[in-house]
Write a protein that binds this ligand. Sequence first.
Ligand SMILES: Nc1ncnc2c1ncn2[C@@H]1O[C@H](COP(=O)(O)OP(=O)(O)OP(=O)(O)O)[C@@H](O)[C@H]1O
Length: 583
Amino acid sequence: MFYARLSNRVTTVADKAQAKKMAYQIMTSFDKNYRWFSRVTRGAQERFEKGQWQQAIAASKERISLYEQSLASAVAELYDFIMDHQKDRQFWELLKKAFAELIENHPQYELAETFYNSVIGKVFRHKSIDNSIMFVMSSRCFLAGQDRHKVIHSFDTNATVREMYESIFACYRFNIHFEDRERDMQQLDDALRARLSKEELASVTAVEMLKPVFYRGKAAYLVGRICMPERTVPFVIALHTNENRQIYVDALLTERQDLSVVFGFARSYFMADTQYPAELVAFLHELLPNKKVFELFIALGHYKHGKTAFYRNFLDHMEQSDDQFEIAPGIRGLVMMVFHLPSYGVVFKIIKDEFAESKKITREHVIDRYKLVKMSDRVGRMADTHEYVNFRFPLDRVCPALLEELQQTCASSVELTDDELIIKHLYIEKKLTPLNLYLQQETDPDKLHNAIDELGTCIKQIAMANIFPGDMLHKNFGITKHGRVIFYDYDEICWMDERNFRSIPKSDDPYALDTLSVAPNDVFPEQFEHFIVGKRPFKEMLKTLHGDLMTPEYWREAQQRVSQGTIHNFTPYPKSRSFSRSS
Ligand SMILES: Nc1ncnc2c1ncn2[C@@H]1O[C@H](COP(=O)(O)OP(=O)(O)OP(=O)(O)O)[C@@H](O)[C@H]1O
């Protein structure tokens, strides 16, 4: 740590004043950043009401990129101070203290701490993760519930179910009309009565709903829970709009599993406007105890704070476990070296130093593709990734075979100290069961059928989101515990219009194919059947379920639809939950 080389000195009154000034400046930059984030988020209601789906995509991208922009200007503004003090450890400690004091009553103090960490990270080029100068640990323990009243509306349930719904919709107001309000109220009423018994309904003490509406894609969600003496049940109303810009209720979700998929890691971030994100997350965590806090911050778009929360969770997990990091199960990647800790739910991915001959790509290209996916609508089919620099692992937890392979394949990204393995650049990603392993190990025919069906649907939905997956071999997909197939190999992806989908010419001449002239961007979907799944029964199953995927017509049509700006609605819950229609 370069600041530690200098001797400590006594801090002066001037130092303290300087630290306060700088801390104030960082907080001001953070506040500006949060106002920007909130402005984009608040716009979601209007985009939803007006059906501005292209603008919604642009807003999503803007919100992802605004953090780096805010950070860059925060660091630029501090630069003069930084030059004065960069070699004085005590000053940085003083600065952290001053910042912690400033944000003591800040409604987003935990996000402010992350912003502060990012500033310090930039200054020290992420060389050091040190709690004395950063908030590796938070400055205080978050007391969930303190601000609960600021994030939830509580609805009286003493009257009828219908009256409860009336009061909910009197509270959440939209500037467009319902397509058929009476029908929707009745459907909601019936749905709740079908899910809860009479006794349960009579025992309901309250319905608590989060104040912000959750917008994503073409849908809006009212998110809450039904409280009964013995248990709580998720209570989520999904709203859509029709082509006449009228609103309608599409579903009532009361199953935790459905909600878990709605808050899945392979979707875009929600737009849910709040000044109390940690309180919101705490409530969501009660609804979804199997999700990690960091996953929920990420689902709300606070992906940088999600990284901080992830790191804290990771350190906690390291304390509580003693297993070793090892090479991830499955087929080794040609581009990425992937490892995991068996007891933990993520994989770590590092770009290899050299790629196999067949991969005509560069390291920059791979980074660019991962970025492209991060900025895109992942439509529930592409895993989100989080980029870290100088990530540290305790060396005694890294198994020798992994260490050897890392040194062989990723030497330029790896640094070793006496007791640490430092990876200079890596991605973390949710751990899934690689589909190739799943298909080998699973014996239940229904589950296998579902997996193959999901594989085809996954490829189709990615295409509808304007991404050509490139390498569609089944090993590049994983499957979740809910049986959803998700794509995770991004190095060969491109936009749909970057490929030319061609038919194989029909000819009796067996040598005709050998003489066919093929451009680098040409793709022959009729050959996909040989490249997606290997085993004959699975091939046949895929052909039966998704035979259209193996025709150039399908791909050209998909290409045309995206080029016309058609934006699909990727409903995250099963069709069977939808009241009226699939849109
Ligand atoms: N999210 C994940 N969960 C579980 N395993 C994973 C995950 N991501 C990757 N893997 C494992 O690591 C392997 C290599 O990962 P990935 O496909 O991302 O690498 P790659 O080098 O891009 O592959 P390719 O050689 O096909 O280009 C996968 O085949 C799988 O076995």
